[in-house]
Design a protein. Structure first.
Length: 168
């Protein structure tokens, strides 16, 4: 089942939550009441702390994936997404059913910044899971091998096309 709500923490303090609206394909973020008046501004220019939720439906969908910029910045890059997509295949899930909030939850506390994400429901039941480095290396190797094969096939197509033109 899809996770549509995630809590956000900054330096170990819960600062808000994001909800994914699957029918409309966008996320909505709201700061927690505890952050009000604290003087902490995670995103002071585009998302200053306030009571009302933030949504940015007009942002480029391909870039921001329906999320506010502060959250979209935490999404994985192409290689990270390729790793997640391989993991999804092994879990028997379709990548198109894995929404951006779930991707943030997958990142959890392993992101590059100070923000951490956890599914809102059942978050108290989360446990640390050891990472199988050998499995991660194999996933990365499989992805790189697939890319190498695609590059080789593209190069062969170019060579065949050039030979065809020379024959004309």
């Amino acid at each position: 089942m899809a996770t549509n709500i995630a809590e956000l923490s900054l330096w170990g303090t819960q600062i808000g939550a994001v909800v994914w609206h699957p029918d409309l394909q966008y996320g909505e973020f709201q700061y927690s009441a505890a952050l009000q008046g604290s003087g902490i501004e995670p995103c002071p220019i585009t998302m200053p702390v306030r009571n009302e939720p933030y949504e940015f439906r007009s942002l480029n969908k391909a870039t921001f994936k329906g999320l506010p910029g502060m959250l979209a910045d935490m999404l994985p890059d192409k290689f990270g997404n390729a790793l997640i997509d391989q993991w999804l295949v092994r879990q028997g899930r379709n990548k198109s059913d894995f929404n951006p909030v779930e991707r943030l939850c997958y990142i959890g506390n392993r992101g590059m910044g100070a923000l951490e994400f956890a599914p809102l429901l059942g978050a108290d039941k989360l446990t640390d899971t050891p990472i199988n480095i050998q499995q991660m290396v194999k996933l990365a190797s499989d992805i790189l091998t697939a890319r190498k094969i695609n590059i080789q096939l593209n190069n062969e197509k170019i060579i065949i096309f050039r030979c065809y033109i020379l024959l004309l």
